[in-house]
Design a protein. Structure first.
Length: 647
């Protein structure tokens, strides 16, 4: 693998580790200075977990015989000296294959039998049930045995045509022999857990079969391909953009211009032009012409199309042939990935972490300023008592007692606010209720099974989308109400009781979930409307499978919405709870301090000295927090992290 691409992956991983170490240091500092609480600990846990579990998915998509598996071998597995993924003429990747590394699991291949397509469940659902998969352990010391195990991904078998229809594999009917038997893949999905250095850094490779297999596996269409951080679409230089290639692109990969950076087209097999009859200049002109024509056909800028020979690139790496490697164009593919994919992913992770950390740091800063303000108040009061008589001390004690009583009366409003907040929260989670989401999916699926004609199916689907979108709309309204209520209470408590409260954390937006829901609906309707042009029993079965996957993805959207809304609700209430607790503690301490002075006037100077020491410590803590914030910002803003620095 080109050192540039490998190094960028390692730098990105080192940057994440560096950021995680700063967050852990911040957590330790909070605990040492008694500035943490359960809410802060939970948010830091979530932030660290996201950094640790961060994945970067690269999908390789093509019709059959475009050299997709060969390109994966050349990019990631050339160091093993041979092909690991099966790569030969004809169909090699018979089922979607996911390559990753989970250190908690042994090196192995997991294969989901094709028979699971007869069960009403999406592929993702089966990941929760290991017993449903066929497992092949990998011997990392035996490259030949590993290569043989990888060959199992391409297993096929012959079954009656009716059985293929049951699995939604209608395209296989045309290949039925005289006995009515057809060849189908043995496996529905494959997961390869392999300790490759880049996979260990969080890279996930998705190897997909051709158009027919993509079109019959809803998980690919509705989830895996749309959510991949980058998709490499392979074409063959000797065939150009065929009708089936264009169909794959149009149905599954075409995006708006602002997302072109997530798509890269590789015009493979350029070695077919190395016929010895043309000059290098003529070959370069022909390749450039094909690149421009391909870009025009697919609606991409020409720089998004790269010409390469995966086979020659793999051969060059295995043999250490630098000249052939340069001519193969493989280095251009690696540079494009290094220069665009990694920085784009880093930007997403950086901005999400920055948002969370800014809120946490602002909360810590607010607590320290509140404590410092209280110390200033006490010092001013006590310094005024120097040389005063007992009556003045009693007057001061009475004043603080009155403040404490007034604040405790104000707490009644806070308790009432908590009750209203709880009611609003319950109403919000009712709109996002997972049981209701699952029940709506089951109801719609049953209705689809009962409707054999186009109008009834359209009505069932329209009702489903309207209902689910309505739930998100109701959640939007509740969130706005909660934010307005909390904003008013922040201002009221700040004005009446001197709490140091800024505006509540930013108004939570459901826009991302609306957009994801719209994407799912758009993708489903594309396939749904295509199937309805000529409704058959087989297409109805396939449509139902697509809906099952759609419903599974909608549940996933709602699960994320529930999780994020819950975190926002905690974050919006936590600053007020913290400040109320701080104010109670400060008033109690002030009253006790003046009581002690009332009992023994010689305690006055002792208490002043204590407060002056607290003032020094709080200012020191603010300086420490400023250093932590600046250091965090420096790490967040790093575009690259040299490996030596990471070590």
């Amino acid at each position: 693998m080109d050192p540039g691409l490998a190094q960028r992956f390692y730098e990105y991983s080192a940057w994440r580790a560096n950021l995680a170490s700063r967050i852990s240091a911040y957590r330790k500092w909070l605990n040492e200075n008694q500035l943490s609480d359960a809410q802060i600990e939970m948010r830091l846990d979530q932030l660290l977990a996201r950094l640790q579990e961060d994945k970067l998915t690269i999908a390789f998509v093509a019709e059959f015989s475009r050299g997709k598996s060969e390109l994966i071998n050349a990019l990631f597995f050339a160091d093993y000296g041979k092909r690991l993924l099966p790569s030969a003429a004809g169909r090699t990747t018979m089922c979607p294959t996911e390559l990753l590394w989970d250190s908690k699991q042994p090196p192995r291949i997991q294969l989901l039998p094709i028979e699971t397509r007869a069960v009403h469940a999406a592929t993702g659902e089966f990941k929760r049930f290991p017993d449903e998969w066929v497992t092949i352990e990998l011997d990392l010391q035996n490259t030949a045995a590993m290569s043989g195990a990888f060959q199992r991904v391409r297993d096929t078998k012959r079954v009656p045509a009716e059985q293929a229809q049951l699995y939604g594999l209608q395209d296989h009917q045309s290949a039925a022999d005289s006995d009515g038997m057809v060849e189908i893949p043995c496996w529905r999905y494959a997961i390869i857990n392999f300790p490759h250095p880049l996979l260990a850094q969080g890279v996930v490779i998705l190897d997909t079969p051709g158009l027919n297999a993509i079109g019959t596996e809803p998980e690919l269409t509705l989830n895996l391909l749309p959510n991949a951080h980058a998709a490499l679409f392979l074409l063959a230089c000797d065939t150009g953009v065929t009708e089936s290639d264009a169909d794959v692109w149009r149905r599954h990969l075409a995006v708006t211009p602002n997302r072109h950076a997530s798509r890269l087209v590789v015009l493979n097999k350029i070695d077919a032009l190395w016929d010895g009859l043309r000059t290098e200049e003529e070959i370069a002109d022909e390749i450039n012409s094909q690149r421009v024509e391909t870009a025009l056909t697919l609606g991409l800028p020409p720089e998004r199309v790269i010409a390469a020979s995966a086979q020659k690139g793999l051969l060059a790496k295995i043999n250490g042939d630098d000249a052939l490697l340069a001519r193969s164009g493989l280095l251009d593919v690696e540079r494009k990935l290094a220069d665009e994919l990694i920085p784009g992913k880093q930007h997403i992770v950086r901005e999400a972490a920055r948002s969370d950390l800014d809120e946490l740091l602002a909360g810590t800063r607010s607590i320290l300023h509140s404590r410092l303000h209280n110390v200033y108040e006490q010092l001013e009061e006590l310094r005024q008592l120097r040389g005063r008589n007992l009556g003045v001390v009693e007057g001061m004690m009475s004043k603080v007692r009155n403040e404490k009583e007034a604040f405790e009366k104000g707490l009644q409003r806070f308790v009432a606010l908590r009750r209203v907040f709880a009611q609003q929260t319950d109403a919000l989670f009712t709109s996002l209720g997972m049981d209701a989401v699952a029940e709506e999916g089951r109801r719609t699926l049953n209705e689809m099974r009962a409707k054999m004609f186009t109008p009834g199916l359209r009505t069932a689907m329209a009702n489903y989308f309207d209902t689910m979108r309505g739930k998100l709309g109701h959640a939007d309204e509740r969130i706005v109400d909660i934010y307005r209520m909390m904003d008013a209470m922040y201002k009221k408590f700040s004005a009446e009781h001197g709490l140091r409260l800024d505006a509540p954390p930013a108004d939570f937006s459901m826009l991302r979930y609306h957009k994801e829901f719209d994407r799912l609906e758009r993708n489903f309707r594309t396939h749904f409307d295509t199937a309805l042009t000529m409704l058959t029993h087989e297409k109805l079965t396939l449509m139902q499978k697509f809906f099952e996957t759609l419903a599974s993805q909608v549940r996933r959207v709602y699960e994320f919405a529930n999780r994020d809304v819950d975190a926002w609700l905690r974050a919006i209430l936590a600053p007020m709870e913290t400040q109320v607790h701080e104010r109670q503690l400060q008033l109690r301490q002030r009253l006790e301090s003046i009581k002690r002075i009332h009992r023994a006037t010689d305690q006055l100077e002792v208490r002043v000295a204590e407060l002056e020491q607290m003032e020094l410590e709080l200012n020191s803590q603010l300086e420490g927090l400023a250093y932590i914030a600046a250091d965090m910002t420096r790490v967040l803003d790093l575009q690259e992290l040299p490996l030596a620095a990471a070590a």
